[in-house]
Design a protein around this ligand. Structure first.
Ligand code: IMP
Length: 180
């Protein structure tokens, strides 16, 4: 893994793909433990665009029937959270009376997850669970329970495995951190 340059910034290798995959194996087992054998059909919601890789890897490991929907929210500009969560693309399916598993790339301040949970409950979801690839525990300050967390990282800006810096860097299979 080499250093990469995206726009004006350099990023250095941080989490190799094999560690990401093992963390997804483990978190998928926890989801399976709770949902395998269920009689309802839960809806897995991919939060575009950052969670595309995580959602596809998680889905391959799930051993119960589920539907998949997408939603696109935005709160980040460059390397910082703006604090305002905007809906860029509305939910592609119906969640009324359904159990929902939100699939998120990273929980930072928690603004996105809080807004999304409120939105889904307002649309009549029976239950909302959160499954995130990454969590920055030093920044997260909301009361929303994070049901499934694959990995925790320090408060640093990262890219790769779906995560971007101003729309670049999503396609890397490894995760890189800002090299200051
Ligand atoms: P929150 O609303 O502050 O929890 O931020 C969540 C969203 O911000 C994520 O879904 C990402 O799109 C983005 N984000 C947060 N931290 C990072 C990062 O380190 N790199 C890239 N995007 C990030």
């Amino acid at each position: 893994m080499d250093r990469i340059k995206l726009h004006d910034k350099f990023f250095r290798p941080f989490i190799p793909n094999d560690r990401i995959e093992s963390a997804i194996d483990a978190v998928a087992e926890k989801v399976n433990l709770d949902f395998e054998g269920c009689e309802d059909i839960p809806v897995v919601i991919c939060t575009l665009t950052g969670a595309i890789m995580f959602t596809s890897e998680l889905l391959k490991r799930l051993r119960f029937q589920c539907e998949v929907s997408c939603i696109k929210l935005s709160s980040y500009q460059g390397t910082r959270s703006t604090g305002t969560v905007l809906t860029m693309l509305g939910l592609t399916g119906d969640v009324k009376g359904r159990r929902v598993i939100i699939c998120e790339d990273i929980v930072d301040t928690g603004n996105t997850i809080l807004a999304l949970q409120e939105m889904l409950l307002a649309q009549g979801a029976a239950e909302v669970r959160i499954c995130t690839l990454l969590l920055k525990p030093d920044v997260y300050d909301k009361d929303v329970k994070l049901d499934y967390v694959a990995m925790e990282i320090p408060n640093a800006f990262i890219v790769g495995f779906g995560l971007d810096y101003d729309e670049l860097g999503r396609q890397y299979k490894d995760i890189y951190v800002l090299d200051q």
